[in-house]
Write a protein that binds this ligand. Structure first.
Ligand SMILES: NC(=O)NCCC[C@H](N)C(=O)O
Length: 258
């Protein structure tokens, strides 16, 4: 029986100083961000996900984006070495969390860099984006960690957005969805569906055809509802100001062994 467990980390006191790379900086309202985060966590819980809070890393403004610190394949957790030096101290508490959950744990070592936001799993295929945060050595280490477990690792270029999953994610049937202006090469994916908004490309699979999506993507939500899915919309506007999206606020663990 697949587990439904998600790691989360609450926004810290320095959130407003989070990194911005591809967009202009806009002021972040920390109180509103906390309310949005609580609603996001509430949506996970309402749909049957048990959540574990990773200990704070309050010196790290971007620590709330927990997806970047650890990548799961089956019950193996690969701790990352984030491409931005300011984010590397985020990983220690993620290690403690996955160890406590009984995962087997590996790590990306220097000089490789890898951000979890660059890793998209579609069945046993693991797409990894080579871009601003993840380098060739990080990809090589991801391959050696996951290929022995049956993963097929496919590296793809990412040049127009922060992470691979800022450009594309996948529907439950494996169709990759993306907003074409920010996808380097849609032809790299066997089935690609364009969506009309950049944030409409970001879905978290909640189970049973339900898709957690940003409220900023109503047209994409309508498109996906028309295909028989059930979008669950959450406002994550304060995190979008820091190039965050719905995927990056949690790490879903589906194959924990009790
Ligand atoms: N996986 C993600 O999409 N993470 C978003 C990280 C945003 C953060 N401000 C950063 O630049 O690292």
């Amino acid at each position: 029986m697949p587990s439904r467990h998600a790691l989360i980390r609450r926004p810290g006191p320095r959130l407003a100083e989070g990194l911005v790379t591809h967009i202009d900086r806009r002021p972040v309202d920390p109180a509103l961000a906390l309310r949005q985060w609580e609603a996001y966590v509430g949506a996970l819980r309402d749909h049957g996900w048990q959540t574990t809070e990773v200990a704070p890393a309050d010196d790290c403004p971007d620590a709330v984006f927990i997806e970047d610190a650890v990548v799961m394949f089956r019950n193996v957790a690969l701790l990352t070495r984030p491409g931005a030096g300011s984010r590397r101290p985020e990983v220690a508490a993620a290690r403690a969390a996955v160890e406590a959950l009984g995962c087997s744990v590996g790590e990306v070592r220097a000089p490789g860099t890898l951000d979890g936001g660059d890793v998209l799993k579609v069945g046993d295929t693991v797409y990894v984006g080579r871009g601003g945060r993840t380098d060739g050595e990080g990809i090589r280490q991801l391959r050696s960690a996951f290929e022995p477990l049956g993963a097929r690792v496919v590296a793809v270029p990412v040049s127009r957005v922060l992470h691979l999953k800022s450009a594309v994610t996948a529907l439950p049937d494996g169709t990759v969805i993306g907003y074409p202006p920010v996808v380097d090469d849609p032809a790299l994916f066997p089935r690609f569906l364009p969506v009309p908004e950049e944030s409409g490309a970001h879905v978290v699979l909640l189970g049973g055809g339900r898709l957690l999506m940003a409220a900023s993507a109503p047209k994409s939500a309508e498109l996906l509802a028309g295909l028989g899915y059930r979008p669950v919309l959450v406002d994550i506007g304060e995190f979008e100001k820091l190039e965050g999206c719905v995927t990056c606020l949690s790490v879903r663990l589906r194959e924990l062994y009790a």
